[in-house]
Design a protein around this ligand. Structure first.
Ligand code: IMP
Ligand code: MG
Length: 183
């Protein structure tokens, strides 16, 4: 995993190295282990961005966990977080302790929508665990219980995060040049 993946031409720098991500993930895993000791924990994540983080986080939690995935399609730029669910949860989460595992929280609108959807299934509790929190552009007030990094207001790729579908497989997280984003 330490093999160097060259920085894509659209990017200007590595923000979080694979080693820093692994450290942050282990620390979050330990926090979840402490917070849910003695409980059966349901980890839910959102495809596709949450895939890498979910896989590594689940292995850093020393508890009985189940893993389930949602897939969503945004309705568009004006949708204010409203999404169409293209793959619903497989498991019944009623009365469960749930942690929603996210790659990144930006405006928080998507997460807010998903949290309401999940709460509709009647879980006992829902906490949010995100690898990256970008608080600068937050619109929806949401409580992020567990976070790995607080990132600057830049567009990021790698470790699940994409630019037009590309670069999810980078083992690190990099910043995209402002020119590429039309800034
Ligand atoms: P929201 O603005 O918090 O609703 O974020 C919605 C989604 O936008 C996230 O789950 C990501 O899929 C995507 N997103 C937000 N910021 C970034 C970024 O910096 N890079 C790649 N995707 C992002
Ligand atoms: Mg996401």
């Amino acid at each position: 995993m330490t093999a160097q993946m060259p920085l894509p031409p659209e990017c200007d720098a590595v923000l979080y190295s694979a080693e820093q991500i692994a450290e942050a993930t282990d620390a979050l895993g330990a926090q979840l282990t402490r917070a849910y000791t003695g409980e059966q924990l349901r980890l839910l994540s959102v495809l596709k961005g949450g895939l890498m983080f979910m896989a590594d986080l689940a292995r850093a939690v020393q508890l009985d966990v189940t893993m389930d995935f949602l897939a969503v399609q945004p309705y568009g730029p004006g949708a204010r977080g409203a999404v169409r669910v293209t793959k619903d949860l497989d498991d019944d989460i009623a009365d469960s302790r749930v942690v929603l595992v996210e790659d990144i929280v930006d405006t928080g609108l998507t997460l807010n929508y998903l949290l309401n959807l999940i709460k509709g299934h009647g879980p006992r509790s829902v906490d949010v665990c995100t690898l990256i929190d970008k608080p600068a552009r937050r619109i929806a007030q949401i409580d992020v219980a567990f976070r790995g990094f607080e990132a600057p207001d830049r567009f990021l790729v790698g470790y699940g995060l994409d630019l037009g579908g590309k670069y999810r497989n980078l083992p690190y997280v990099a910043t995209v040049r402002d020119e590429v984003m039309g800034l």
